[in-house]
Design a protein around this ligand. Sequence first.
Ligand code: ADP
Ligand code: MG
Length: 319
Amino acid sequence: MPISEFEVITNYFQQDFPQRAEINLGIGDDAALCTIPTGMQLAVAIDTLVEGVHFPIKTSSQDIGYKSLAVNLSDLAAMGATPAWMTLALTCPQPDETWLRGFRQGLFELAKTAEISLIGGDTTCGPLTVTIQVAGFVPQHCALQRRGAQPGDGIYVTGTLGDAGLGLATIQNQITLPLPIQKFVKLRLNRPSPRWHEGQALRGIASSAIDISDGLQADLGHILIASGVGASIQLASLPLSEALGYIPLNYAWNLALSAGDDYELCFTVPPQQEIALQKVLAPDSYTRIGTIESTAGLRCLTADGQLFVAKQLGYQHFC
Ligand code: ADP
Ligand code: MG
C-alpha cells in the first residue's frame, strides 16, 4: 500500500530536525506558533525549485533536499539574517520512500548545520516541485539591503565564481573535465555553500549586499539600480577556482559573470569600514573585484582596460 500523506509527514518531517527555543508549537496543528526575540526583525524569503527548470531531471533527491534549503539560506545570508525556521511545500508525483529518504537526508543535513527548525508545510501530489520558505532574525534596522552602495565603495564577493555554471555545462555534456574536477563542479552546482555566517558578520560594515543566484553581472546590476550608482570591475580580480583553469579564460569569465547558481555573496564596503571588514572575514574567504562609481551601468574591464561584454549563460527562469 502506498504511504499516506500523514505517514510522509510523521515519518520524514516531524522528527529530529533542530528545535529552536522560539518555536512554541511546531508541526501537527493547523499553523505553527513562534515568538520573535525582542529587538529582532523577521527576514522572510521563499524560493521554489521545479524539476527540469531549477535542477536537472537526474539530480539525486539528497541534492534536491539540500539545494532547496541552500538557495533560501543564501537569501537570508544576503540580508545578514540568522536562520531560524522554515516551512516546506513538497509536491511530488508519487510518494516513493527511497526518494523521500534521500530528500529528507539532504534537507536534514543542511538544516542541522544551519540550526533551522522545520515548523510546518504542505504535502501534495503533482510534478516534482519543492518550495521552502525561511525566516531569520536580524537586529532591528541592521539588515543588509541592495540599496546603500555609494561611489568609492569597494565591491567584494565571497568564494569563487562560475563553478556551478561549469558543473551544469559538465552535466549537459558540453565539456569534459578530469574526474576530480567534474566532481568538484557538480558539487558546487548541487550543494552550494550559503554564506549566512559571512552575511551576519557584514552587518554594520557592508553598505549593500545581494546573493549571486543569477550571475554576478545580473545580481550586482540589482545593487547598482537599487543604489542609483554604477561600477567598474576588473576581470583579472574575479576569484576563479582551479576548475575554471581547465577552460579558456574568456569562457571562464563568461561563467563567472553570467552563469548563475553560485550562491556566493556580492557586497559593497565603504573605505572607512575596510579595516572592520578585514577583522570579521577570513582573508581567503572574499575578494575585492571593483569599485562603485557615480556613472550608471556596469563596466567589466580586462587588464589592459578593454570593455568585456559577457554572454548570458545562466538559465533564464521564467518561462
Ligand atoms: P491542514 O490540512 O490543516 O493544512 P495538513 O494535513 O496539510 O494540515 O498538515 C498537517 C501538519 O503537518 C501541519 O502542521 C503542517 O504544517 C504539517 N506538514 C504538512 N506537510 C509538511 C511538510 N512537507 N513538511 C513539514 N510539515 C508539513
Ligand atoms: Mg495543508
